[in-house]
Write a protein that binds this ligand. Structure first.
Ligand code: ADP
Length: 257
């Protein structure tokens, strides 16, 4: 499971990098293309016009490459029907070798027949990230519980005066009774490359957040030093496909900032 996770995290960061790079390159190439275009029409000096055409053609090729890079970055996720029972039995199997004997792991799935729009591979990766984090946080053993249930978004999710988002959500929680996190750690866990582990990548939680976001969901963490950590992931169950496409696009633009 760890090898699988590292492979997925590499791919994830590659897609993130490609998305960011494409955006920057596009901004760089567009003025170049324009400049080449106007030079190309330069009548007084045929040599300059030829150079202009060269600049234009190269810029155009670069822009085509950028577009295929962008579609690679967005192609990293494909929407499909995810059945909760299938997702969790695959995940359970994957975890089997990774849960040490000192630990107990419990899956509590309300409705295995529940299906929703999502990406199986990404959701699995997200769960895996959270559970391996919990396992690594509890070298002396402990209890890990993964829950999935339908709910509404809790009221304290919204700022005072903010219009609450309605509709049903699937809430997936990963709960451990490990050491928890100090506020100073908690403040940084979503920063790229932030890790407290000797061999950590510091990309796990960032990638979880990205995945939840690209599903139109929200995520929160509640952690108490000495008591444990709880991650709650809320996925909307009634989002329309058009909004999802919009989210994908804003993610790509967001990743490029
Ligand atoms: P990595 O696992 O490579 O360190 P992550 O982004 O997944 O990167 O996690 C960042 C940090 O958050 C970890 O190094 C750890 O300090 C902290 N953390 C994450 N999950 C837990 C947890 N369940 N219990 C305690 N600390 C955690």
């Amino acid at each position: 499971a760890e090898a699988e996770l590292i492979r997925a995290q590499r791919f994830e960061s590659l897609a993130m990098l490609a998305g960011g790079l494409s955006h920057d390159l596009r901004n760089l190439l567009q003025p170049l293309l324009l400049a080449g275009d106007s030079l190309q029409d330069y009548q007084d000096d045929p040599r300059l016009a030829r150079l202009g055409k060269l600049v234009r053609d190269c810029g155009k090729r670069g822009l085509d490459m950028v577009h295929s890079m962008l579609s690679f970055a967005s192609g990293a996720r494909r929407a499909e029907q995810v059945r909760l029972g299938t997702l969790f039995s695959a995940f359970d199997l994957l975890m089997q070798g990774s849960v040490p004997h000192t630990m107990t792991m419990e899956l509590a799935i309300d409705d295995p027949e529940l299906s929703f729009d999502g990406n199986h591979t990404e959701l699995q990766q997200c769960l895996l990230n959270l559970c391996l984090n919990a396992i690594q946080a509890m070298p002396d053993g402990g209890h890990l519980r993964v829950e999935a249930a339908q709910t509404a978004l809790p009221a304290d999710f919204f700022l005072p005066g903010e219009q609450p988002r309605s509709g049903r959500y699937l809430c997936i929680s990963v709960v451990d009774d490990g050491p928890g996190m100090e506020q100073a750690v908690l403040d940084q866990i979503f920063e790229p490359f932030f890790t407290t582990k000797e061999n950590g990548t510091g990309l796990g939680l960032l990638s979880c957040k990205r995945i939840v976001g690209s599903h139109g969901g929200v995520m929160r963490v509640d952690s108490q030093p000495g008591r444990g950590t709880r991650f709650d992931l809320y996925f909307p169950l009634e989002q329309r496909a058009a909004e999802r496409d919009q989210d994908d696009r804003s993610y790509l633009e967001g990743a490029a900032e």
